[in-house]
Design a protein around this ligand. Sequence first.
Ligand SMILES: NC(=O)c1ccc[n+]([C@@H]2O[C@H](COP(=O)([O-])OP(=O)(O)OC[C@H]3O[C@@H](n4cnc5c(N)ncnc54)[C@H](OP(=O)(O)O)[C@@H]3O)[C@@H](O)[C@H]2O)c1
Length: 291
Amino acid sequence: MRPRVAVVGPGAIGGTLAAHRAQRGPALDLVICARTPFDTLVLDTPEGTLRAQVEILSDPAAARPVDWVLLAVKTYDVAEAARRWLPALLGPETRVAALQNGLEHAALLEGHVPAARVLPSVQMLPAERVGPGHLRQRRPGALSVPTGADADAFAALFEGTAIPVHRDPAFEVALWTKLAVNAAGAVSAMRLEPARVVHAPGAADEMRALVAECVAVARACGVELPAGLPERVVEGARAAPPETSNSLLADRRAGRPLEIDARHGVIVRLGLAHGVPTPENARVCAVLGAP
Ligand SMILES: NC(=O)c1ccc[n+]([C@@H]2O[C@H](COP(=O)([O-])OP(=O)(O)OC[C@H]3O[C@@H](n4cnc5c(N)ncnc54)[C@H](OP(=O)(O)O)[C@@H]3O)[C@@H](O)[C@H]2O)c1
């Protein structure tokens, strides 16, 4: 029997994954748990538009236990979404794939599901919301997860789709590397300028410092990140099309809440715990407002 999957939070990441999963056959095994209801899931990709008629719930009273919950809300919505949906969706064997940026996937779900049933992930999936149930995937994407039986079962959900799932023996390195790369994105959000900000006076140094702090905290936590990462991040920003936005900048411009705690507060907290100074990440928290 095909595993039943519930996607909680059909935004850029959740909606994109649901649309790809739905291409595998009749979408009877897929349910979407939405805060803002919609009728049809539509995903624009560079290769064309995918449409899926799937069951969409906005009331947890109609939800039933599933094999997999794909939890794809923003980090600051995890606790509320879990409180609302997980009691109905969790059976004794249900696994929860946590599809957020940051390091604290299981911690954010503490009290809602045992950590051993949470599968953390890294999402290399550039996507955005066009409207409720309507997503745009900008480039081909992939997910990374740790290795193990749950990771194998999760990867099987996307077999035959355009979403490769990498089971990464060095998952912690991937997780921290994404955190470090994301850290540099705060410079755009603070200066309200897209990728071209890297050419502004002092911006490249700020990016290097944000990434270097994350590298130092990772090392203190026992995770060695790739050599030269701060410079590589700056080179990547210089090579990007000048008008490229990042999600922090897009969210700030749209007046939406920002994932500052998950992206910068965590670096500051772990830095404090390990005696590693993190003044640049602390400045981001002060300017952009970690809760
Ligand atoms: N977008 C990207 O390209 C990208 C790339 C890599 C990683 N990420 C990470 O992926 C995570 C998800 O980001 P995203 O960009 O997909 O966010 P998003 O587009 O804002 O989508 C979040 C979705 O969660 C829904 N939601 C919030 N609370 C809910 C609840 N209680 N019940 C059901 N649905 C609820 C929202 O519904 P409403 O429509 O009502 O707001 C929205 O549809 C973040 O941690 C982000 O950093 C994103």
